[in-house]
Ligand binder design. Structure first.
Ligand code: AR6
Length: 179
């Protein structure tokens, strides 16, 4: 299942129901933790599919503060790069939305540095980290739209949702997104 929208600035947004580890894009984003230690959820799935080289690179990097992102190679994945982004642990604080937005934008910054034209995101922070997806999804989409409009280079941003309700929510937001 896929839904597309041309943002009319040389960038297409896509919303896909599926597994991020199988996406045929130049970079996939991981919802990592600050120790870059691997874990459950999408993080566990990426390390399982990509093989031990990714965790070895993460160990060398050592860690990543909340709101930031670092890059490793994609190991055995189709994607050339994995961008390990550390979203906020949801606490209902006034700064949570800005931290989440910064996590998405810093991920796109890393993708641009690697000259990627296509990037796929999971729904960062909305699993173990507890961010309500109804609040997180518009932040994800709007922060990425703002970034690509102001920073030419990336041609396609894909949001990969693991469940039908999450996919439906993102499709609704994509349809409403200004071109
Ligand atoms: N493809 C796409 N989305 C997925 C996949 C997959 N293969 N697997 C899960 N999701 P989470 P967080 C969805 O918990 O909240 C880890 O232990 C999932 O349904 O993976 O940022 C890290 O090491 C949910 O909607 O990430 C950190 O400690 C979304 O991905 C912590 O969890 C994010 O859920 C990060 O928590």
């Amino acid at each position: 299942m896929i839904r597309r929208k041309d943002l009319n600035c040389g960038v297409v947004f896509e919303v896909v129901r599926g597994d991020i580890t199988t996406q045929d894009v130049e970079a996939i984003v991981n919802a990592a933790n600050a120790r870059l230690a691997g874990g459950g959820g999408v993080d566990g799935a990426i390390h399982r599919a990509g093989g031990p080289a990714i965790l070895a690179e993460c160990k060398k990097i050592g860690g990543c503060p909340t709101g930031f992102a670092v890059v490793t190679t994609g190991g055995k994945l189709k994607a050339k790069w994995v961008i390990h982004a550390v979203g906020p642990i949801y606490a209902g604080l006034p700064q949570d939305p800005a931290t989440l937005a910064r996590t998405y934008q810093n991920s796109l910054r890393r993708a641009m540095e690697k000259k990627c034209s296509s990037v796929a995101f999971p729904s960062i922070s909305t699993g173990v980290y507890g961010y309500p997806i109804e609040q997180a999804a518009p932040i994800a989409m709007n922060s990425c739209a703002e970034f690509v409009k102001n920073n030419p280079g990336i041609k396609m941003v894909r949001f990969v949702l693991f469940s039908d309700p999450d996919f439906a929510l993102y499709v609704k937001l994509l349809d409403r997104l200004k071109e």
